[in-house]
Ligand binder design. Structure first.
Ligand SMILES: Cc1ncc(COP(=O)(O)O)c(C=O)c1O
Length: 403
């Protein structure tokens, strides 16, 4: 019996790869100074680690522009706020979808209510997929931004980014993508997909700690400063510097967080270099692509196993993709006659199974799935470190409850 059967990886991945814990600890001890502020050796070395991390993430996400356009933030919520408040204003129109997380929905509700921005929210089909033609139909002459998530955190559906990106490009709109559920799991080639602003969070599939996230801003896209302050450069200037990353980074960043992302990036590359068909000296992007192919296949095979098992149980309603449509390793379900919160509490208390119940910060998905009135659903999300014992134990516990 394990102490915990952790199947809440859509909330945050846990555990992290061992080198992440180790490097965060050693780097914070050896270089826990304020980078970019002082000119001493320790500060310069800390800054070098930060720049290396920008470079690794740029390669990881297929961004071939200046790595200084990889901006660090607190998390993807922070990145999306910076992007949306910094891109649109009075009279602008934004197209988004009904499968978004509150980290997209709420900034847009505030922009609508307080700043005269108009928003169209495009619906998804019953399995959570948005039709790119519906995005096209939603465009207006003043559409400035199209913002979508890549993977749904409730259903696991993965949106057709190439097609939605093409629609945004045709309209001359800035294409903003929330990669919270897909970064570190699915290959994302920002340049090939035509993503203008790629927003990521560090603590999920990227295997970093909480409190670090970021955004990559394509060349030619300029986001207004929404937060200004100390940068350690150009201090005499009255206003925030225009150049990235300082344009969007004000105040002291998270050295331990960035160190965690740095170690995680190297862990992805090391994993990829050991995969069949990969060269042991493959460059970072190629090595990581091999790692992602492996991670995606492990995670998707876990979730398909869970889906099949839940579908075979009576008294269980499952929400999200059924067949082989593109997906991430997350799905939601309910046990007939039991509130979702009670199911998750019983799974935890009686079986040590960690899952999450509720609306998962995506209320419109629940309105569309008919689960808003019953306060949501139970979400189960295996990860790369989930093993067969976790799966069988959790499925046995759910079967017991369903009976
Ligand atoms: C699709 C999606 N967007 C945004 C977020 C917010 O992530 P964070 O809390 O790291 O900002 C999440 C996290 O649950 C998510 O799943």
């Amino acid at each position: 019996m394990k102490e915990h059967y952790y199947l809440d990886n859509a909330s945050t991945t846990w555990p992290k790869p061992e080198p992440v814990y180790r490097f965060m600890d050693t780097f914070f001890r050896s270089h826990g100074v304020n980078p970019g502020r002082a000119g001493h050796t320790l500060a310069i070395e800390a800054e070098q680690m930060i720049f290396e991390t920008r470079r690794l993430l740029a390669q990881f996400f297929g961004f071939r522009g200046d790595p200084n356009r990889v901006v660090f933030t607190q998390n993807v919520t922070d990145s999306l706020n910076i992007a949306l408040f910094g891109l649109v204003g009075e009279g602008d129109h934004v197209v988004t979808t009904r499968v978004e997380h509150n980290s997209v929905l709420r900034p847009l509700y505030h922009l609508e209510r307080d700043h005269g921005v108009r928003v169209t929210r495009v619906g998804a089909d019953a399995e959570g997929y948005v039709d790119p033609d519906a995005v096209r139909d939603a465009l207006r002459p003043r559409t400035r931004v199209v913002v979508v998530n890549h993977g749904s955190n409730v259903l696991g559906s993965v949106q057709d980014l190439p097609a939605i990106g093409a629609v945004a490009r045709e309209a001359g709109a800035v294409f903003v993508v929330d990669t919270a559920q897909s970064a570190g799991v699915l290959p994302i080639d920002m340049d090939a997909l035509g993503i203008d602003v790629l927003c990521f969070t560090g603590h999920k599939g990227l295997f970093g700690p909480m409190g670090i996230g970021g955004m990559i801003v394509a060349e030619g896209v300029e986001i207004r400063h929404v937060r200004v302050g100390g940068t350690g450069v150009d201090s005499i200037s009255t206003f925030q510097p225009d150049a990235y990353p300082h344009r969007l980074e004000a105040g002291t960043g998270s050295i331990p967080g960035i160190a965690g992302l740095n170690a995680a990036q190297k862990w992805f590359a090391d994993l990829g270099r050991t995969r069949p068909g990969a060269a042991s000296d493959a460059d970072h992007a190629t090595a990581c692509a091999h790692a992602l192919a492996h991670i995606e296949s492990v995670e998707v095979s876990h979730i398909r196993h869970i889906l099949r098992a839940l579908q075979a149980m009576s008294g269980i309603a499952v929400y999200g993709p059924r067949g082989n449509r593109p997906r991430v390793a997350t799905l939601s379900f309910n046990v007939e006659g039991l509130p979702a919160t009670q199911v998750s509490e019983m799974l935890d208390a009686d079986h040590h199974v960690c899952v999450r119940a509720g609306l998962h910060c995506a209320p419109l998905v629940h309105e569309d799935q008919g689960t808003a009135g019953i306060l949501g659903a139970v979400r189960i999300a295996p990860g790369f470190f989930t093993d067969d014992e976790d799966l069988e134990h959790a499925l046995g516990a759910i079967a017991e409850l369903a009976e």
